[in-house]
Design a protein. Sequence first.
Length: 333
Amino acid sequence: MPGARFLFMVAIVALAPGCRPASPDPPQECSERDPAARGCEAPANETPIDPDSSAAALRINCDAGHAPSCNDLGLRRMEGKHGPPDLAAALALFQRGCDARLAAACANLGAMHLRDKDGMVPDLARALAAFTRACDGGDASGCANLGTLYGTGAGVPLDYPRAISLFERGCTGGSAQACANLGQAHETGVAGQRDPALAAQYYERGCAAGSSDACGFLGGLYARGRGVPANRERASELIARSCELGGLDACSDLGIALLLGQGLAADPERAVRTLQKACDAGGARACSNLATAYVDGVGGVTVDVGEGLRLAVKACELGEQHGCQIVQLLRGH
């Protein structure tokens, strides 16, 4: 059976109990409005009113054994709020929260152990242990990430049935990425017989919950008329939504649709802005497509071979072979 594109939620941090489900948006800080909801129980009449004092309150509560405070302080250290990022400190704080059986902290701990940048070295064994504790504790993102480990054979034997079971738990619990992964399993046939209609249902849930991947995958189904009626306009809407949620490939597809007027009115200025933004964020395909637009004047874009070459070089450096081909063509070798 073909493989599926199962993805981790490493960029989405889980929140402490009493808060909204995990989402791509930054978590709300502790505040005087509702400190108890975030585990920021400063002593009476000492409600934090500035970042430094709220962090101090979190530290006091964490040292006193309050796991949500350790988790929240870990998020601050990881994100570099009110100071430079300190990933080592964040890792230690998530570990303390996880050891105190806070599922959200275990999910964050697992995500930290998957990082392969900023001096962090991936540790799949520790990620597996952390995600297992997170999922067993009821954290939906932990189940989603644990399912991805089993669905890709990362640090564990490849086990599609177990992965799908974990995605189902995560999707039911509110994990947008788990719904996206579950949709992939049904679309590709990893879950058994291919069922694009069922895949579309899971993509709808994931997209509504904020998964850029789910929106993009669903847009692809509408564009091809697989499992849903072919609808180019709906496909374009979903690709645009995926782009808004941070999907760089979706932004590249949206840019091309805007250049060519596919499923929506042609708008070369918006197309260039969309492609440029995605390219600046590291989207190799967007860089390559924008390079082509400048070199060939696609969609009425003013020809600028120099800019096209610059973008093609960047696309090539990011691993996009079409960008490399443009560079070779323009340089004559």
